[in-house]
Design a protein around this ligand. Structure first.
Ligand SMILES: Cc1cc2nc3c(=O)[nH]c(=O)nc-3n(C[C@H](O)[C@H](O)[C@H](O)COP(=O)(O)OP(=O)(O)OC[C@H]3O[C@@H](n4cnc5c(N)ncnc54)[C@H](O)[C@@H]3O)c2cc1C
Length: 464
């Protein structure tokens, strides 16, 4: 077996391999070190020593909001990580008090809440988790190495992975009791399953043709305001454009502008500013027009919702599971990807605990069981993302059914109420941050407010 790097691995009697060292791969590896003697993370990129961009995760140039639920799970898995973020200069943001939001109906009512997170760049977050993981003696990173197929044993179970080392140009193999595919949106697992005689999962794709452009700015010295972050939402069908100003470590703002239905924001400096000015409110434009840009404008358009339905297959080999964007990638505008990955990693932990309770190392029946449990977790964020995407006429891949249409009407009422009612805006934020389930929006107190709301709402002046 290649890569015998240290005595922990030599003495290991159980071994798990994770493909991909992005957020899902890292969080999954953190779970697996508790269930396996040794864990190997295989990554196609060389991993930078500093918090820097790498090719394998091109989306990291763009705003990455880690929702409150995601940050709470991160703290659970890596105690003290919030303090490390604060120490590195990540601003603390109360998402109901410090964020100014223009939703479809007006300026959202603000109040103090417990939805407080440290906001940081995506490259810093990934680097910090990597640092914390490097403290585990029973874990190694194998970099510049491509996952290119599955090994199977005589029972047709997965027994490891075929790899290609980019530096030596050599093919090699790595045996494992469990292989976890966390290789993201472009996962090749369906193809690799077919190669060993299994079916590829059916895939649902729902595309609202969203495009991003992002530019990073130095926070101006004279900056002083009652807000820390800004969000201007689109209002279909009249406005397909939105934007966010997101404060991060290093006294910087990341500005992501977004256009739905192929109304893509430009990637040149002047066009970027002009697009910012064309949003439903110029509040983001006003904040950045005299600020110093410190990056080029980066574009991104691979944003469709894509769900590979492993849970619907009747036959899957034991010894391999898929997780994260490799199973279900969301339209990123709702900021759910990393938090869903964190929730999924905890579910993997629960499933492994149950599986190994009586028979450690025995992965028989585990694959299908896990994929079905994962599918239940994915359902809510999927419905939230696709339900919103169906508001756009040009969205491809399906149409809003009757229930989704009713939900849209109900959510509109909630959004309308959140302009004047801070309790409602807090409740909505708790659901958006995955702290509470959407059911809480149907609690009696909310329902009665919705029913009573025959009031006419009007937008107020933009807060200063
Ligand atoms: C523009 C954009 C903005 C986003 N904004 C947010 C946000 O605000 N909040 C949020 O929570 N989420 C956001 N997301 C989603 C988020 O980026 C992902 O959900 C998150 O990165 C978790 O994905 P992942 O780890 O499953 O896959 P990825 O991040 O895609 O990582 C896959 C990893 O696998 C490696 N890999 C791939 N193939 C191979 C192979 N064959 N062999 C070895 N290694 C391989 C890659 O190099 C990479 O390291 C955004 C996504 C996009 C596109």
């Amino acid at each position: 077996m290649p890569y015998i790097k240290n005595e922990h691995k030599q003495n290991a009697s159980s071994h798990a391999v994770v493909i991909g060292s992005s957020i899902t791969g890292l969080l999954t590896a953190r779970i697996l070190v508790e269930h396996f003697d040794f864990v190997t993370i295989v990554e196609r990129d060389e991993l930078p020593e500093l918090p820097e961009f790498r090719q394998g995760v091109p989306q990291t140039h763009h705003v990455h909001i880690l929702l409150t639920q995601g940050q709470r799970i991160l703290e659970q898995l890596f105690p003290g990580i919030k303090a490390q973020l604060a120490e590195a200069g990540a601003p603390s943001v109360d998402w109901v008090r410090d964020l100014i939001t223009l939703n479809m109906f007006g300026w959202v009512s603000r109040t103090s809440s417990e939805l407080v997170t440290y906001t940081c760049s995506r490259v810093f977050l990934e680097w910090l988790i990597r640092q914390r993981l490097s403290n585990y003696q029973n874990l190694e990173f194998v970099t510049s190495t491509l996952f290119k197929g599955l090994l199977v044993n005589t029972k047709n179970q997965v027994s490891g992975v075929k790899l290609h080392c980019k530096n030596s140009a050599l093919d090699t193999e790595l045996t494992a009791d469990l292989v976890v595919d966390a290789s993201g949106r472009n996962s090749q697992l369906p193809k690799f399953l077919e190669e060993i005689g299994y079916q590829a999962p059916e895939t649902t794709i729902i595309n609202s043709f969203l495009g991003y452009s992002t530019c990073w700015y130095e926070v101006p010295d004279e900056f002083c305001a009652s807000w820390k972050a800004l969000l201007v939402a689109a209002k279909p069908p009249d406005s397909l454009r939105g934007g966010i100003l997101y404060p991060v470590e290093g006294n910087r703002w990341a500005i992501t502008l977004a256009g739905m239905s192929k109304d893509y924001p430009p990637t040149d400096a002047d066009g970027f500013l002009e697009f910012a000015r064309s949003l439903r409110s110029p509040i983001i434009y006003d904040a950045i027009k005299n600020a110093k840009p410190i990056s080029p404008v980066y574009g991104y358009r691979r944003t469709e919702n894509c769900w590979r339905h492993y849970e619907k297959l009747s036959r899957l080999p034991d010894g391999v599971v898929a997780i994260g964007d490799a199973v279900c990638a969301f339209n990123p505008i709702y900021g759910q990807g990393m938090t869903t990955a964190a929730v999924s990693a905890l579910e993997l932990s629960r499933c492994l605990k149950e599986q190994f309770k009586n028979s450690p190392r025995n992965v028989k029946g585990f694959t299908l069981k896990f994929q079905k449990r994962l599918a239940k977790i994915l359902q809510t964020p999927w419905l939230m993302a696709t339900g919103e995407d169906f508001r756009y006429e040009t969205t491809e891949g399906g149409k809003a059914d009757k229930i989704t249409q009713l939900m849209q009407i109900y959510i509109d009422k909630i959004l309308e109420l959140s302009v004047s009612d801070s309790d409602i805006s807090k409740r909505f934020a708790e659901v958006a941050h995955m702290i509470k389930t959407p059911n809480t929006l149907f609690a009696l107190t909310v329902l009665s407010k919705v029913l009573r709301s025959s009031l006419k709402f009007r937008s107020v002046e933009a807060p200063k």
